[in-house]
Design a binder for this molecule. Structure first.
Ligand SMILES: Nc1nc2c(ncn2[C@@H]2O[C@H](COP(=O)(O)OP(=O)(O)OP(=O)(O)O)[C@@H](O)[C@H]2O)c(=O)[nH]1
Ligand SMILES: [Mg+2]
Length: 421
């Protein structure tokens, strides 16, 4: 199955907890604190690989988590860092944040790796908190937790040339003649259901051609296979517009030429502006008495169409040379231009005070959560530290401003305090 859009969930690793422990040995009493730090959580990254050409794998697995950091242990032993998780995607995959719809990365070149989510920091062990004033800290810090994010993967094939045209005009036949690709070819509409890529060798060089499903009137509004596949030619440098010159299905080649260009323009104006080479195919079946289509298309497009029979391989060499010459004049394909979106770590300084009811206030926010990592609530040492920090960081002031009075209740995380100045 060809899948070119997928939604997945990614989560970098949580940091491991710091350890609270005291040195023990036979005959040694009251050893010092020796709890080690937790390890950092693993990062999440994406890697572009050229041996994949669909996002089908993501149909079946959608949850990706990097390893958590290990907890710290006694004897100053630090927890191991969590392993990073690198997710392989086909070259040309564009990664977006679901919520903001902003681009995180355009996986444009083979082998490139982009890290998109940092792992949580490990918590400090109690050995870290030892100071001259506090010889035996009975607390350690919890590891930092990371959040899960939803991201959208979208494959936008990278090819030099895109083949466009009505169904059954011979696009896939052309690709099979000029490259070693073996797309399905048959005498009915929509033989091609997903893009095919082929590499065309010319002189000592080569270029890549993408064959997409045929377009029909109203494709830009979703008719037929719709414009779903047009995104695979958005990044091409040149379009080759294939027309059935024989009118074998009772259609007029000139009308076809105009209609397909109209569809392109209503899908995306940039696509319509892309340089085009027009190819009149099925020349073996054209009745050249009264054949005026080539001249009229030349008038409309401003350049001579290539007359060709993909079936008889005639005119094909000429077309390849023309494409190649045209490509030399065009700039190399480039990645999308975007300001990369990054997942911010949680705000660690802000907090808010709200009055929930008469005499009851609640304090919450990133700063509170961060502080709470440092606290073991039933531990006197740690509680003192917490209260002092809260005062120092302006929570007291904010409470007063909100109108707190002696004897009121203040809720912070899971704990209720009675407020006294
Ligand atoms: N007589 C003749 N028939 C051709 C020529 N090129 C292709 N055909 C035939 O036209 C039919 C359609 O060819 P395809 O290559 O599958 O056409 P397509 O444009 O890829 O069609 P879709 O994938 O459905 O959009 C097949 O039966 C081909 O054999 C040609 O130059 N001359
Ligand atoms: Mg086809």
């Amino acid at each position: 199955m060809f899948i070119d859009k997928a939604k997945i969930y990614i989560k970098a690793g949580d940091g491991g907890n710091g350890c609270t422990s005291f040195y023990t040995e036979k005959y040694v009493n009251n050893g010092g604190p020796d709890g080690g730090n937790g390890g950092a959580g693993g990062k999440i990254g994406f890697r572009a690989v050229k041996n994949k050409n669909t996002l089908a794998d993501f149909k079946f697995s959608q949850h990706f988590r990097a390893e958590n950091g290990e907890n710290g242990k006694s004897r100053y032993s630090a927890g191991k860092k969590g392993k990073d998780l690198i997710i392989d995607v086909p070259v040309g995959t564009v990664i977006r944040d679901l919520e903001s719809d902003r681009i995180i990365a355009d996986m444009f070149s083979d082998g490139m790796v982009v890290y998109v989510a940092e792992g949580g920091n490990g918590g400090k062990g109690n050995a870290f908190f030892r100071s001259s004033r506090r010889q035996a800290p009975h607390f350690s810090q919890a590891g930092e937790k990371t959040e899960e994010h939803s991201v959208v993967l979208e494959l936008k094939t990278i090819a030099d040339v895109g083949l466009i045209g009505y169904p059954n005009v011979g696009k896939s036949t052309l690709l099979s003649v000029i490259s070693s690709a073996r797309p399905k070819i048959a005498n009915y509409h929509f033989t091609t259901l997903s893009p095919n890529l082929g590499m065309v060798r010319v002189y000592d060089d080569s270029f890549v051609v993408a064959d997409i499903p045929g377009l029909i009137d109203g494709a830009s509004e979703g008719a037929g296979l719709g414009h779903d596949f047009l995104r695979h030619i958005e990044r091409t440098r040149l379009l080759v517009h294939v027309i059935d010159g024989s009118g074998s299905e009772g259609r007029d080649p000139v009308e076809d030429y105009v209609a397909i260009n109209r569809e392109l323009a209503s899908y995306n104006a940039d696509l319509a502006k892309k340089p085009q080479i027009t190819v009149i195919n099925k020349a073996d079946m054209i009745n050249f008495e009264n054949f005026t289509a080539a001249d009229r298309i030349k008038e409309l497009s401003g350049s001579e169409p290539v007359l060709m029979s993909a079936a008889l391989h005639s005119g094909v060499e000429e077309l390849i040379k023309k494409i190649y010459a045209e490509l030399q004049k065009l700039p190399e394909a480039r990645p999308l231009e975007y300001e990369p979106f990054r997942y911010e770590k949680k705000d660690k300084d802000g907090f808010e005070v709200v009055q929930i009811e008469d005499g009851v206030f609640e304090v919450f926010g990133g700063m509170i959560e961060e502080l709470a990592r440092n606290v073991v609530l039933d531990n006197y040492d740690s509680m003192q530290y917490f209260q002092r920090q809260i005062r120092e960081r302006g929570v007291d002031k904010a409470l007063k401003k909100a109108g707190v009075k002696n004897g009121d209740t203040v809720c912070i995380m899971d704990v209720e305090f009675e407020y006294y100045e």
